[in-house]
Design a binder for this molecule. Structure first.
Ligand code: ADP
Length: 202
């Protein structure tokens, strides 16, 4: 049972590492960005409501995001752990998540922070824009998302550091290298991959 967050600036490689972590630790990767994009694509009422906000690189109102997470965490696959990717992103969301977990008698085991430098990030995102054509990957939107992250979300890292939950990992290098760094940093905290767990003590 592992409950974790992954945080880092847009383009730090969260999504890629999140799917690795999912496989290694047997927990679902819950990405608010993916959920919003899926809703936008399918033109659901939520999607219609948030499309312009997401395309501009601004944050969706906390009330909508908190409700979405509440519903998602009630699903069966999240009962035995999860990796939240892209949530919480504001102080209100941090408080909301604290209360939600507390009411379920749950707590976080770790917060993985992917650290990456600004130039590398912009070049990665520009590449992704060419490959995937995400509407929020225009150069202007990328720059805007970086600023929003620095202003709104990076202060949250301090909150989790103060709680002793932060696991800082260098996000530079290839996917396997970074995945390996995450794995050893988590193992050092006693958070083991599914394949290496001793089921007799579980
Ligand atoms: P990024 O690569 O910018 O980190 P994400 O896929 O995590 O992208 O999120 C894309 C967009 O979805 C954000 O720019 C924002 O509009 C919206 N979004 C995702 N998560 C949240 C959240 N926790 N609170 C508010 N808005 C969010």
């Amino acid at each position: 049972m592992t409950r974790m967050l992954i945080v880092g600036p847009p383009g730090a490689g969260k999504g890629t590492q999140a799917s690795r972590i999912t496989a290694t630790y047997g927990i679902p990767d819950i990405s608010t960005g993916d959920i919003f994009r899926e809703n936008i694509k399918n033109e659901t009422p939520l999607g219609v409501q948030v499309k312009n906000i997401v395309d501009a690189g601004d944050y969706v109102p906390d009330s909508l995001t908190n409700e979405l997470i509440t519903n998602r965490l009630m699903e069966d696959d999240a009962r035995n752990g999860f990796l939240l990717d892209g949530y919480p992103r504001t102080p209100e969301q941090v408080h909301y998540l604290d209360a939600l977990l507390q009411s379920n008698d749950q707590k976080l085991d770790a917060v993985i922070q992917l650290v990456a430098d600004q130039d590398e990030i912009v070049s990665r995102l520009t590449k992704r824009a060419q490959e995937q054509g995400r509407a929020d990957d225009s150069e202007e939107a990328i720059r805007h998302r970086q600023q929003v992250y620095l202003r709104e979300t990076s202060p949250l890292v301090d909150v989790y550091r103060d709680r002793g939950l932060l696991v800082e990992v260098d996000g530079l290098g290839n996917v396997d290298e970074v995945a390996e760094r995450i794995k050893s940093a988590l193992s050092a905290r006693g958070i083991m991959p599914v394949a290496e767990r001793d089921e007799s003590v579980a």
